[in-house]
Design a protein. Structure first.
Length: 430
């Protein structure tokens, strides 16, 4: 393993890890090898920048910084204030918002911080149904937030290529009088008509909230709509996925909500922020402003559309008959008479990583669902384009048709690994 380009201490630190904890070292090397040799198609995963890997392993790991720039509870904050201020200003530039909180530790706590800032127990939120694309933190009953607040769920319309009915949103808003109307998703292959939600929110006096964790990079790259262009109150996003950053969270909002948001994150929900992550977020947001990132975002969508089209041309049923973003959801039961879990396992055998996924109103349980979710951010990061997507789609169809033929799967795997060698991952050398 040779990552000496990451920081001056890297080589020595890796030698120490190898000598003192070979079990952990070998697990890291194994994961690096897995990521390099296979095609990553989980839409929520990506390869981050070498600079982010460097910052995430930096001395900021050592520092406590409870509070906010200029208002900390510990001394020695000269450089923490600098990087957090950079991250905040860059977030505002990238997404065109009035205020940004960059301290949320991840996606779930970032959404929890918003709910806890503006709601009282029992208050109502209107959000997307989990099986139709919503996230656990959008109010599924198994989540803590689903027990504290009253989540009413709207659905998509698969018979209409998955579109959301504006009249249904308005009717639900009038009936249930939510305090927050929430959009955004984790497995919905469409862009959103944000005016549907702002119109309903104005009608009932609700706040508008969008969780764009999955597609924030596509918003930053200018290939998907920005909810702030539609006067949204609050927008949340993770900093990895299509943004290619570390695993953290951002809460973006109008200036009038800044005080409530900041107070809810700290001291309301969490203590000291992870400054190594905030340094990495600052790096990521600078990268997102470069022309190369806009080209990357365009290619992510081109790749997703190509992947979707080739799959459909070969008889695969996608829940929305195509995609507007970076992801697609395959109905594997209808396409191959194969459950999502079995499909995921078959694709693992050919070094293509996906994740099992429920489909709208899925009659099967979440751990044995009817579909598989796919996405193109990581493959695009490697430099793969439309021609590679065509090959990947055909390999997937072949593997799922012959899922019980180990010899056939092994032959396809060799082809996948061979292609991956042509497209190395920057910063990884396994």
């Amino acid at each position: 393993m040779d990552n000496t380009n990451l920081n001056p201490y890297y080589t020595e630190n890796w030698k120490r890890l190898q000598a003192n904890d070979p079990e952990v070292y070998q697990a890291i090397i194994g994961e690096e090898k897995r990521e390099v040799e296979g095609v990553e198609l989980i839409p929520s995963e990506n390869y981050t920048y070498p600079e982010v890997l460097a910052a995430n392993g930096s001395v900021f790991t050592n520092k406590y910084a409870e509070g906010y720039p200029g208002r900390r509870y510990y001394g020695g904050q000269k450089y923490t204030d600098k990087i957090e201020s950079l991250a905040i200003s860059r977030a505002k530039e990238v997404f065109g918002c009035e205020h940004a909180n960059v301290q949320a530790l991840s996606g779930s706590p970032m959404n929890q911080a918003v709910y806890l800032a503006f709601l009282k127990p029992g208050d109502t939120v209107l959000g997307m149904d989990l099986s139709h694309g919503g996230h656990l933190t959008h109010g599924h009953p198994v989540s803590h937030m689903g027990k504290i607040f009253n989540f009413v769920r709207y659905k998509t319309h698969p018979e209409k290529e998955g579109w959301i009915d504006p009249e249904e949103i308005m009717e639900l808003a009038k009936k249930h009088q939510p305090k927050i109307i929430l959009c955004g998703y984790t497995s919905y292959p469409r862009d959103l008509d944000y005016e549907i939600f702002t119109k309903a929110a104005k009608e009932v006096g609700a706040l508008t909230m969008c969780d764009m964790s999955h597609y924030a990079g596509l918003v930053a790259g200018g290939v998907m709509k920005n909810p702030f262009d539609y006067e949204f109150d609050i927008v949340t996003t993770t900093s990895h996925k299509t943004l290619r950053g570390p695993r953290g969270g951002l809460i973006l909002c109008k200036a009038k909500h800044a005080k409530a948001i900041d107070k809810s994150v700290f001291p309301g929900l969490q203590g000291g922020p992870h400054m190594q992550t905030i340094a990495s977020i600052a790096i990521t947001l600078k990268k997102a402003q470069e022309p190369a990132f806009k080209e990357y975002a365009k290619q992510v969508v081109k790749n997703a559309k190509t992947l979707a089209q080739i799959l459909m041309d070969n008889g695969v049923k996608l829940i929305t008959n195509g995609t507007d973003n970076h992801m697609l959801v395959m109905n594997t039961i209808e396409s191959f008479d194969l459950g999502g879990t079995e499909a995921e396992e078959a694709l693992d055998k050919i070094a293509i990583t996906t994740n099992k996924q429920v489909i709208p109103d899925d009659p099967r349980p979440p751990l044995k669902p009817s579909g598989v979710r796919l996405g193109t951010p990581a493959a695009t990061t490697r430099g793969m384009k439309e021609s590679e997507m065509e090959k990947i789609a055909l390999w997937m169809v072949d593997a799922l048709k012959h899922h019980d033929d180990d010899k056939k799967l092994d032959e396809i795997k060799k082809e996948v690994i061979k292609m991956c060698k042509i497209f190395p991952v920057q910063g990884l050398n396994a």
